[in-house]
Design a binder for this molecule. Structure first.
Ligand code: ADP
Ligand code: ASP
Ligand code: MG
Length: 463
């Protein structure tokens, strides 16, 4: 089971999570992954930005805020003796962040590795509190730092797990506890390289931590507890009549997450596919609701299921300016450079005789993408074989997802018509042969309206 930031957001929320864990742990062995309390990761990241800027008072104010919140939660949640013990550990862990912040202040830069070590403290604090609480209520539990379990590559801030090595560590570190009837409370979000350097799995990465461990432990099921009733036909903050989906496939869930549905980290499904471990997305604020089941296959799925969007994206276009160059080769080299720089290409399009191409990246990866392109294709740019990359930051991505869209004649047409009817300009369209997802790039200011229009047109909602 994994509990997200809001499900760990206060002593009351932790009590509810504790009840869920206690109940399920009676029936079968349970391993738990926890996120940091809501907003804590943001505060930790901000603390290091203060440190980088030499703002000591800013650092101290944030650390004080973090200490107060966790000590206060410990006091409200735990028995007196446990609260006192937890308080000492909270102070030690926050001291670690302060030590890292001082290093950052001295250097005037934030080395990604140090950032990863510091932000992981958020999850360590919540794991500490949850384990102490469970022990207080008579459920044997132990806090585990995922740094000792999840082995990753060295891409700090967005590491990829090494699953075989993780399986060995999970067997060593978690199985004995599970066999002894103790619930391991593992920190979400973080891991370490094989030689022990701390890493994190990207924002929202605790979902991924949980699926990595579910795979490594051959779990029967993975339950992801969050703050909505399951995976919905659209982001409920954008679409009022968004509906909870009873069941979706791994591929649908992965596409939704990848195209911006924050409810799951995009890489969550991958470690589960090999063993077909089912996932439930459930609401810790509404335990009675059944939630969404994510399964390998569904028979006879029909139509489009859900629509998602991503706002903070940029479209990069490159146009060959000379007939002497091989456009396909340029595309290959451009994409290789982008991949080397660890930038994710969200959508890629190439058409036309001139072999111009464009692709979509997250805004926070745009500068890295452009640097990578410029160094890989510097000669072509310098000699004018390629025009300078054009960047459009006033765009948004909308994606319509559903396995049942395959072969449904007219669906794409209806989607485009609905968007045009709302007076929104479509900039680019991408649909692969799998027909699982239609990706549509629109002008940024029309994105929300386009999502609502598509949701209504495809009859996805409750209304
Ligand atoms: P957690 O902290 O539990 O990981 P997140 O905030 O990361 O929770 O994800 C849950 C949020 O995702 C919901 O509160 C909702 O606003 C948002 N969300 C976006 N798209 C969807 C969707 N299609 N279905 C459900 N929730 C969605
Ligand atoms: N705490 C981390 C974040 O906010 C990981 C997570 O909550 O999934 O990104
Ligand atoms: Mg999340």
């Amino acid at each position: 089971m994994k509990f997200g930031g809001t499900s760990m957001g206060s002593a009351d929320r932790m009590r509810v999570a504790g009840e869920i864990i206690a109940r399920e742990a009676k029936a079968r062995p349970v391993a738990v992954v926890v996120s940091a309390m809501s907003k804590v990761t943001d505060t930790l990241l901000e603390t290091l930005r203060h440190a980088e800027g030499g703002d000591r008072p800013g650092v101290e104010a944030n650390l004080k805020k973090l200490e107060d919140r966790h000590v206060e939660t410990a006091r409200a949640l735990l028995r007196e003796a446990s609260a006192a013990a937890a308080r000492a550990e909270i102070i030690t862990m926050i001291g670690e962040v302060d030590r890292i912040a001082k290093g950052v202040e001295m250097l005037g830069i934030r080395p990604p590795r140090s950032v990863d070590e510091a932000v992981a403290v958020g999850e360590r604090l919540s794991a500490l509190l949850m384990a102490a609480h469970l022990n207080d209520i008579g459920v044997s539990a132990t806090a585990v730092n995922a740094r000792e379990v999840i082995v990753t590559d060295a891409v700090f801030g967005n590491a990829t797990p090494l699953l075989d090595a993780t399986r060995v560590k999970a067997a060593e570190r978690l199985k004995p506890a599970l066999e002894a009837g103790t619930v391991p409370i593992v920190t979400g979000f973080n891991g370490a390289t094989a030689d022990g350097r701390p890493t994190t799995l990207g924002r929202g990465g605790s979902d991924f931590s949980a699926s990595i461990l579910a795979g490594a432990l051959d779990a029967a099921e993975l339950w992801i507890w969050t703050d909505v009733d399951g995976i919905m036909s659209a982001d409920p903050r954008l679409v009022k009549d968004a509906r909870v989906l009873d069941v979706i496939t791994y591929r649908e869930a992965a596409e939704l997450a990848y195209n911006g549905a924050k409810v799951l980290h995009p890489r969550t499904l991958a470690p589960l596919m090999e063993h077909g471990i089912p996932v439930w997305s459930k609401n810790s604020f509404n335990v009675a609701a059944p939630g969404t089941r994510i399964v390998p296959h569904i028979e006879g799925a029909l139509g489009a299921k859900a629509v998602t969007s991503m706002a903070n994206v940029a479209l990069v276009s490159i146009e060959p300016a000379s007939a002497e160059i091989n456009g396909t080769l340029i595309i290959g080299r451009a994409m290789a450079a982008i991949a080397q720089a660890n930038v994710e290409v969200l959508t890629f399009l190439s058409s036309s005789y001139q072999q111009n191409f464009c692709f979509l990246v997250r805004k926070d990866e745009l500068a890295t993408a452009l640097t990578a392109l410029e160094s890989a294709l510097s000669l072509e740019f310098a000699h004018g074989y390629l025009g300078a990359p054009e960047v459009d930051e006033q765009v948004g991505l909308l994606a319509v997802v559903g396995e049942g869209m395959k072969g449904q004649t007219g669906l794409a047409g209806r989607v485009f018509t609905a968007i045009s009817r709302a007076q929104i300009n479509i900039i680019a369209i991408a649909q692969g042969a799998s027909e699982l997802t239609i990706g549509i790039v629109v002008r940024r200011e029309g994105l929300e309206l386009a999502v609502q229009a598509v949701h209504a047109e495809c009859g996805m909602g409750t209304a």
